[in-house]
Design a binder for this molecule. Structure first.
Ligand code: ADP
Ligand code: MG
Ligand code: MG
Length: 885
């Protein structure tokens, strides 16, 4: 039978495959440090397997187990030359929980176990330090009384506070031996009172009680909640570490502290931490005393007088420094370490991989490659792609004091300050005169694109993380807080209310799209620093990845941004966004409202030069790279005039009575526009629209060719295809226009025609569709929408219920759903049967989600396309997907 209890020094742990699973994180690392020859107080780990047995055995510790524990204790006793419960030289223990991953829901550590009314005197005598012995005993009663016997901690704290008040002192350290003596009596009385039991004097009863308490805490409510939130299986169980005590509270040459091997906020290769002289365990984090810095440099930087450990205990500091280097070398990662100094002797109590900011994560990974600690591959795998987000946008300067007036969803990261405006026009007007604005809308629609572009940030009262506002804002790299139900917008009064105040148009607010905070006034921001390390890491990632990364973009500005971030083409250029421009929208409306083909052609001819100009610019920026242009997709009514002023304007241009325009608007109304007259259905009904768009594309290419400018490679994409006939008709149309333009301009143009796969039928009939398509681009936003039959724009209302009831573990519009993924795989397989060379990509929001990118990589796609600001994230995620294969 495998040993259920392991001494930290036991060689058996080498035979264990996953030491953390068996010994817990803390235990595995204590044993590892022990074997490295570091000064670890002797001890042993009761494995997670025992936790399982404990629960199977009616929550009891078996006699066999108790015997094993006693045997292990004897080993410790021999090693340290003390005896548990001894009346001359008593051994004291710490009992520490330790699951596979560190879990705040678990039992707190119990220190000084083994003290009772008699051993406390032995300890006093042996150390000639009565105060220390009494202080340790009262701490033990406090912890044990609280954690094992369930007496609320404040009872003890109240007693101490009252005592200090009567004595007229401020600090615990001002209390002497006799003070603690008195308090110990009070503490024991309190335990008896509240727990209806005497404080146990038998040291074995103490020990077994503490061990059982650790196991029981695995099923405490706190732990269960934490497990649920973090998807930790209940079967894992916890281990228990029993360790001989070392004392940081024996006097001025003692201390306890916490230290990182590198700075966790900026990644500098300098140790960073805090310590307290004459203190035990939790004192450093408890906040009762202000800890001091470990290094002199940090102390001086912080302008603090209290001396650093480096200055007070130079020899121990040097030893600690050496050990930290050794630990890093061993674990090949930045470590977060706990230590104690007893009479100038250093003891290591814990090590684990340290939490860090994205900035420091990147720097540490790159530095460690330089230091030959890790390989480039390890460096690339170590960074969470999503965390890069915080490096790509300006963030709030947290040093500024702020007044948060409401909260919403952190829809698009970054921070922005500006004057509140309630319309896109106002945003554009103020931007034109160089003023920063925050566009505040109940929700946004495609009409607001210009305003969103003009504004520094966007705030909406409705809509989720994938609402129009959120998606477009992310695409543009604009900070956005969406769906803030805490704000109440009144367009008429031009103001919005929060629970605490009213903000009028023109007043300044700040939004923090990384946290969802809405803040009164202006807050300073810090510009993102795309340091050399960051680009280096990206370069390594690029060498590993096979997937190409493109961007979704339709403006020259976004295209440039994306290219700077490393985009290798455009995967989705939505031509309709080009229609909303002020100069063009009138012609667009004219086109839509025209009654005859002739009238429509006149309007289309007005639009053609505009579209052509846009394409020329984009094709130039993406020189030699592929650009997928999607022909008109949304239902026409999205472009229709709304206000009377707009209606009058159009009536004038098309020379029709207002009444007639109103009738036409009525006619165009749809019950269910997402499933209505849109996508290639428009191309079927109004081929002249698609013809104009194709002409604009090909003429742009012809012009560039004549000027000998290397242009992008165009891929013309037909949206919302579900049948073979649709794609065939559309493809013929594209080819017809292409040959006309080629003939007219006497040029040869290379291009591709393909389709979006965004309807389940298209995925299932992919083989037939692939007869006429040279590429598929998975439009997974619509594909998710149509696969589930869930409207993305309305899902916010019930998504939370679905997540709470575990129907969805994650929003399927954020991370690709299994069923949608199946459809993609079906389409890939069937499409490839028809056309081996079929080019495959994804252009939904999922193209920027690391988990979905991993799927795309495994499914054999050629590229993913995402918003410009997610390009670096996608590059890294694609590399990781490849490395994980
Ligand atoms: P946590 O998981 O909350 O960090 P630990 O088990 O690490 O809990 O214990 C918290 C603190 O208690 C440690 O940082 C250390 O200061 C103190 N401690 C634990 N074991 C011992 C020991 N054997 N001797 C002295 N102090 C200890
Ligand atoms: Mg700890
Ligand atoms: Mg679509």
């Amino acid at each position: 039978m495998k040993k259920l209890i392991l001494n930290f020094k036991s060689k058996d742990s080498k035979k264990i495959k996953n030491p953390k699973n068996f010994l817990g994180g803390k235990g595995a690392n204590l044993s590892e440090m022990g074997k490295m020859g570091l000064p670890v107080p002797p001890g042993f780990t009761i494995s997670t397997k025992v936790c399982e047995i404990f629960y199977k055995d009616k929550k009891r510790l078996s006699q066999n187990l108790i015997n094993q524990i006693k045997r292990e204790l004897q080993i410790i006793e021999k090693e340290v030359g003390k005896k548990f419960g001894d009346l001359k030289n008593p051994l004291l223990l710490s009992v520490r929980s330790g699951a596979r991953v560190s879990m705040p829901g678990m039992m707190d550590t119990i220190l000084n176990l083994g003290l009772n009314d008699k051993t406390v005197n032995a300890l006093a005598l042996k150390t000639s330090n009565g105060r220390f012995a009494k202080d340790s005993y009262r701490r033990f009663i406090q912890m044990y009384g609280n954690v094992v016997m369930g007496v609320e901690g404040y009872h003890f704290e109240e007693l101490i506070e009252n005592y200090k008040l009567t004595k007229g002192v401020l600090l615990d350290t001002d209390l002497d031996e006799s003070d603690w003596d008195g308090l110990i009596k009070d503490f024991k009385r309190t335990v008896k009172d509240k727990a209806k039991k005497d404080f146990p004097q038998n040291v074995y009863e103490q020990l077994l009680g503490a061990i059982s308490a650790v196991f029981l805490s695995w099923e405490s409510n706190r732990a269960k909640v934490y497990r649920k939130l973090n998807q930790i299986p209940a079967e894992w169980g916890t281990a228990v570490n029993v360790q001989s005590m070392v004392f940081g509270n024996m006097g001025e040459d003692c201390a306890t502290g916490v230290v990182f091997t590198r700075n966790p906020s900026n990644g500098l290769n300098e140790i960073y931490g805090e310590y307290l002289i004459n203190a035990q365990g939790e004192d450093v984090v408890a906040g009762t005393r202000t800890p001091q810095y470990i290094t002199k440099k940090e102390r001086i930087k912080a302008k603090v007088k209290a001396l650093s450990m480096e200055e007070v205990m130079p020899t121990v500091y040097k030893q600690l420094h050496k050990i930290l280097k050794k630990l890093e070398k061993h674990y090949k990662d930045m470590q977060d370490v706990e230590f104690t100094v007893e009479n100038k002797k250093l003891w290591m109590l814990q090590t684990r991989s340290g939490k860090r900011t994205a900035k420091s994560a990147v720097k540490i990974a790159v530095d460690m490659v330089k230091e030959k600690l890790i390989s480039k591959k390890e460096a690339v795998l170590r960074i969470d792609p999503n965390s890069l987000d915080t490096l790509l946008h300006p963030t709030l300067d947290e040093k500024d004091s702020i007044n948060v007036i409401a909260n919403g969803l952190p829809a698009s990261p970054g921070a922005a300050s500006g004057k509140v405006v309630f319309s896109s026009e106002e945003a554009e007007r103020l931007t034109a005169i160089m003023q920063d604005t925050i566009l505040v809308r109940v929700e946004t629609s495609p009409e607001d694109i210009q305003g969103m572009h003009a504004a520094k940030g966007i705030l909406t009262a409705r809509g989720g993380m994938t609402s129009h506002a959120a998606v477009v804002a992310r695409g543009m790299g604009r900070p956005c807080v969406s769906g803030s139900s805490e704000i109440d917008i009144n367009y008429e009064n031009k103001s919005f209310k929060t629970s605490s105040m009213e903000i009028k148009e023109g007043e300044i607010i700040t939004i923090d799209g990384s946290t969802g905070r809405i803040i009164q006034g202006r807050v300073a921001t810090v510009k993102p620093e795309i340091s050399g390390d960051f680009s280096k890491l990206m370069m390594w990632a690029d060498n590993f990845r096979k997937l190409n990364i493109r961007t979704n973009s339709e403006t020259p500005k976004d295209t440039k941004t994306a290219k700077d971030f490393g985009a290798e083409g455009i995967g989705l250029c939505r031509t309709e966004h080009m229609f909303f421009d002020e100069e063009r929208i009138l012609s667009v409306r004219e086109m839509i409202l025209s009654k005859t083909i002739e009238d429509r052609s006149i309007a289309l001819n007005k639009l053609l030069p505009h579209q052509k100009k846009d394409f020329i610019e984009i094709f130039k920026i993406m020189s030699r790279l592929p650009v997928t242009v999607r022909l008109l997709d949304p239902p026409l009514h999205e472009f229709l005039p709304r206000t009377n002023k707009e209606i009058n304007e159009v009536a004038n241009v098309v020379n029709l009575p207002v009444k007639e325009i109103e009738i036409r608007i009525e006619e165009l109304h749809e019950q269910n526009p997402m499933l209505g007259h849109r996508g290639c259905r428009l191309g079927i009904s109004f081929p002249e629209i698609y013809e104009m768009q194709c002409r604009a594309i090909f003429e742009a290419l012809a012009e560039l060719q004549k000027k000998k400018i290397k242009s992008a490679f165009p891929e013309i994409m037909i949206p919302l295809v579900s049948t073979e006939a649709e794609i065939k008709i559309m493809k013929d149309l594209v080819i017809k226009v292409a040959s006309e333009v080629q003939k007219q301009h006497k040029v040869k143009i290379k291009f591709m025609v393909g389709t979006m796969i965004e309807l389940p039928r298209a995925a299932i009939k992919a083989k037939e569709i692939a007869k006429h398509a040279e590429f598929f681009s998975f439009g997974t936003n619509d594909l998710t929408q149509t696969t589930f039959g869930i409207s993305r724009d309305d899902s916010g209302k019930f998504l939370n219920d679905y997540i709470e009831n575990k129907i969805f573990s994650i929003d399927p519009f954020v991370s690709i759903d299994e069923g949608v993924a199946d459809l993609v795989e079906i389409a890939v397989e069937k499409g490839k049967i028809q056309n081996k060379k079929l080019k495959l990509g994804i252009c939904g929001e999922h193209g920027g989600d690391p988990k979905s990118i991993e799927f795309c990589s495994n499914a054999g796609l050629n590229y993913v396309s995402c918003s410009p600001y997610r390009v670096p994230i996608a590059r890294l995620a694609a590399a990781q997907a490849e490395l994980k294969k």
